[in-house]
Design a binder for this molecule. Structure first.
Ligand SMILES: [Zn+2]
Ligand SMILES: [Zn+2]
Length: 265
């Protein structure tokens, strides 16, 4: 399975618009330091996970040509508000028809909230027919090609936020990019090869509403994957702590994601 990180950035991408800090200045000059908002892609099954506002740039940068399936972790804008540009990329305005229909996998509760926050979705699905909604459930496996996908609700069945477990042959990868603070159901994992997880917050002295970096390390110890790759790295954190922070925290089995990183397993 080729699991590619399309965007390793946070709610606000790097470079942050308007910002003239060292990190953002560097990211404008060198693509290597650029971090689009979080999304990922599985090559074998034309599958995207999450759809942030800058998804068009992420798909273009990585040379992706087709998306058939889209999994949504939660409704937040940095994971869904790129839906119009993704879906309408398949619309022919001259012929007035959809060239491809994307299947959106989303929990019912997440969908209800998303429709309220992003009502344009109804026009895209019901009028333009650019997507079809497929409801998912906690622990109910979906099979695409030879990849098995299990949605894991952070609080079980009534969750607002999901991670996804991807299995191919005996290899297992979990993608849990955002809002993991109240995650209670990770005890079900065993023999995980790769955990792609949101980066815990370094500024936990000030910010209490997100998972702190020390709490993240405790969680990794419990899940005990072969390797952890941290994503959803916020510009404001690197602005405050500097790029060196990532090198300092890197360990043998703990790395930081970057845009375009391919996890091959
Ligand atoms: Zn900046
Ligand atoms: Zn997010």
């Amino acid at each position: 399975m080729k699991f590619r990180i399309l965007g390793s950035g946070g709610a606000i991408p790097t470079p942050r618009p308007l910002c003239q800090c060292e990190i953002c200045t560097l990211a404008r000059k060198n693509d290597k330091y650029k971090r689009n908002s979080s999304s990922a892609y599985i090559e074998e099954i034309n599958t995207l996970i999450d759809c942030p506002e800058d998804i068009a740039d992420s798909l273009n940068r990585q040379g992706i040509q087709k998306i058939d399936h889209l999994f949504i972790t939660h409704w937040h804008p940095d994971h869904t508000f790129g839906l119009r540009v993704l879906l309408e990329a398949n619309y022919d305005f001259i012929e007035n028809k959809a060239k491809n229909q994307i299947k959106i996998y989303i929990a019912r509760k997440v969908y209800t909230t998303l429709k309220e926050k992003y009502p344009a979705l109804i026009y895209l699905t019901d009028v333009l027919k650019l997507a079809k909604i497929q409801f998912i459930e906690h622990k109910k496996e979906i099979v695409l090609g030879d990849i098995k996908i299990t949605p894991i609700g952070y609080q079980g069945k009534e969750s607002e936020v999901y991670s996804f477990l991807f299995k191919k042959d005996n290899k297992k990868l979990v993608y849990a990019p955002c809002d993991t603070l109240h995650w209670k159901t990770y005890d079900i994992f065993c023999n995980l090869d790769i955990l792609v997880h949101e980066c815990g917050i370094f500024s936990y002295d000030k910010l209490k509403s997100e998972l702190s970096f020390p709490e993240l390390l405790k969680r990794i110890k419990i899940i005990n994957p072969q390797k952890t790759i941290l994503t959803h790295i916020e510009e404001i954190e690197l602005n405050r702590w500097g790029l060196k922070k990532l090198d300092e925290l890197k360990q043998k089995n703990l790395e930081f994601a970057y845009d375009g990183l391919v996890i091959d397993l």
